[in-house]
Design a protein around this ligand. Structure first.
Ligand SMILES: [Zn+2]
Length: 194
């Protein structure tokens, strides 16, 4: 196996990105990878229509899991595409590569997952200390933010729906309340008292 094939095996989600260039620096020890999206059809995040026309390319800078003593810096080239759905409000969008990194993230998905696991196990301050010793540098606040995001319940479709009447003040203000089968504030529908 050649160097390029070996490195390609270690990429985040090699099915959707390919290695363009790579290089190393010694101080501090860093491996820099330039990756490019494999230009598969992408769906508009607003209307889900498949888009094939490329508007432009832009480069994202991401931190990845370290390789031995080397930090890994990823330059990820992704496409901006036209949405050709005339009814869609989004004219141009950036393709999503969820297996590589979340939109706007500055870390790869697998690095974020590793840091989240550390944060859940140890919390912010102790997690940050362990992370630094393992080459997974992240601040206390970053770990806590990742943990909070991981602990948020996923959006789910309500399984039950109920409608109740209740009064702010007897015979004066009645309100209809719709409650769904999830822990959230009910929607209140003001109604004239009878
Ligand atoms: Zn669209």
């Amino acid at each position: 196996m050649g160097w390029v094939n070996l490195i390609s095996c270690l990429l985040p989600d090699p099915a959707v990105v390919r290695l363009e260039t790579w290089g190393t620096e010694h101080a501090p020890p860093t491996i820099t990878l330039t990756l490019t999206s494999r230009s598969r059809p992408a769906s508009c995040p607003l209307c889900s229509r498949r888009a094939r026309r490329t508007h432009s390319w832009y480069e994202r800078a991401l931190a990845d899991l370290p390789w031995g003593e080397h930090a890994v810096a990823v330059h990820l080239r992704v496409r901006k595409l036209f949405c050709d759905n005339a009814r869609c409000k989004r004219r141009i969008f950036t393709e999503r590569l969820p297996g590589v990194a979340a939109p706007w993230a500055r870390k790869t998905a697998r690095l974020s997952e590793r840091l989240t696991a550390i944060g859940v196990a140890l919390g912010g301050a102790a997690g940050a200390r362990l992370g630094h010793s393992m080459g997974l540098a992240a601040s206390r606040n970053t770990l806590l933010r990742l943990v909070r995001r991981a602990l948020l319940p996923p959006d789910t479709t309500p399984t039950t729906l109920g409608v109740d009447d209740w009064a702010l003040r007897k015979r004066h203000t009645y309100t209809g309340a719709m409650r769904c089968g999830m822990p959230q504030m009910p929607e209140c529908l003001p109604r004239t008292a009878r």
